[in-house]
Design a protein around this ligand. Structure first.
Ligand code: ATP
Length: 350
């Protein structure tokens, strides 16, 4: 199957071997792989009047993907409505699990490995509460478009993990439906809709893999970094609610800011970068969930350049010098952790 990169997304057609131009035919399903993110730096700068926190964060997408397959609905044969007015948004959610070698597989392979409503994704709602559905409905209400869509969502990004799987799915929906429904929206327009869905959604619509995000996360400064970074991520069985973690967060003295981390990443000085990782949400997350402290202690005993909780947790990651080091760290983590913990070896896209 042919996949093409478009910003953060990889797009293609789910029919294996298909070599057609993406989206060139009506009713042709469109497949989009959308990545997880890690926060290499996250500092809370203050509490705003609107209840949100003002923050500065360095986010980076990594090669752990959810996959969405979009199929346009045909109008019912007996319907008196036209295709423009007759259909709605529907979604089915599958647990696609994760395997380092098949995480970009699609079509029939995707379905064989996936389980509808499987236990791993019990936290992920199927209906209107799903951020993917909310994104599609928001597009319809903003643009007046009445066309329908069916979305099969194959989850691999653990939920409630600080990896922004839901936000990434929502961004993929905005991106894909703008094409499928031929809405002609600019990236700025899509990003303004994105920020209405959630603070992290806009980030996934920016074309660079890394960005400094400010405000409540929706003000994006894209960041070009010279080197590919390799990571090992571990996610314990328990999750954390983002709202809970922010509620327990106490303002600390300001750090020197994200600048010195960015400088060291630009110089390729990973050792210094490892010392500049920061997450203001980690202390409250450790108080709320002992699994986070357990992972921190586990990572401290491994040979990584630096380690940190991502976002509001509970996923925890180590920065590694190269893929081989990340794989070794993953093997040691798997051996020392409970069977139900998930461990991933990932990199940021080149
Ligand atoms: P962030 O880092 O942005 O705080 P997160 O990784 O902690 O995000 P998500 O996995 O994005 O959290 O989802 C948080 C909650 O949103 C889930 O517990 C789930 O109930 C709900 N949700 C809605 N839609 C989705 C989706 N498509 N995928 C995952 N979770 C979703």
């Amino acid at each position: 199957m042919r996949l093409r990169g478009s910003g953060q997304f990889l797009i293609g057609s789910p029919q294996a071997g298909q070599r057609r131009q993406v989206c060139s035919l009506p009713n042709q399903p469109l497949l989009v792989h959308t990545p997880a993110k890690l926060n290499l730096f996250l500092e809370i700068l203050g509490q705003r009047d609107d209840g949100f926190h003002e923050l500065e964060t360095l986010m980076m997408t990594v090669s752990l993907y959810d996959t969405l397959v979009f199929t346009e609905k045909r109008p019912h044969k007996n319907s008196t409505h036209t295709e423009e007015t007759s259909e709605e948004v529907s979604l089915r959610c599958f647990d696609a699990g994760y395997s380092g070698s098949c995480h970009r597989n699609a079509g029939s392979a995707l379905r064989q490995n996936a389980t509808e409503g499987a236990t791993g994704i019990t936290e992920v709602p199927d209906g209107r509460d799903n951020l993917a559905v909310r994104a599609a409905e928001l597009l319809r209400s903003k643009t007046g478009c009445r066309r329908g869509i069916h979305i099969d969502l194959y989850k691999r990004i653990p939920a409630a993990a600080g990896l922004a799987g839901g936000s990434s799915d929502a961004a993929a929906v905005l991106f894909a439906l703008n094409r499928i429904w031929q809405l002609g929206l600019s990236r700025d327009e899509l990003q303004s809709f994105a920020s209405e869905i959630g603070s992290d959604v806009s980030f996934f619509l920016n074309p660079q893999s890394a960005a400094i995000c400010r405000g409540r996360g929706e003000i994006i400064e894209p960041l070009a970094l010279p080197n590919r970074l390799h990571f090992v991520i571990a996610k314990p069985p328990s999750g954390l609610s983002t709202a809970d973690v922010f509620r327990h967060c106490r303002l600390q003295d300001r750090s020197p800011g994200v600048g010195s981390l960015v400088d060291s990443l630009r110089r390729g000085d990973l050792r210094t970068a490892g010392q500049r990782l920061l997450n203001s949400l980690q202390a409250p997350a450790e108080e709320l969930n002992p699994d986070v402290g357990r992972l921190k202690a586990n990572f401290a005993s491994h040979n990584t350049i630096g380690h940190l909780m991502s976002g509001s947790g509970t996923a925890y990651f180590g920065v590694c010098r190269h893929r081989c080091e990340a794989r070794k760290a993953a093997a040691r983590l798997r051996a020392s952790m409970k069977h139900s913990d998930q461990v991933f070896v990932v990199a940021n896209p080149p």
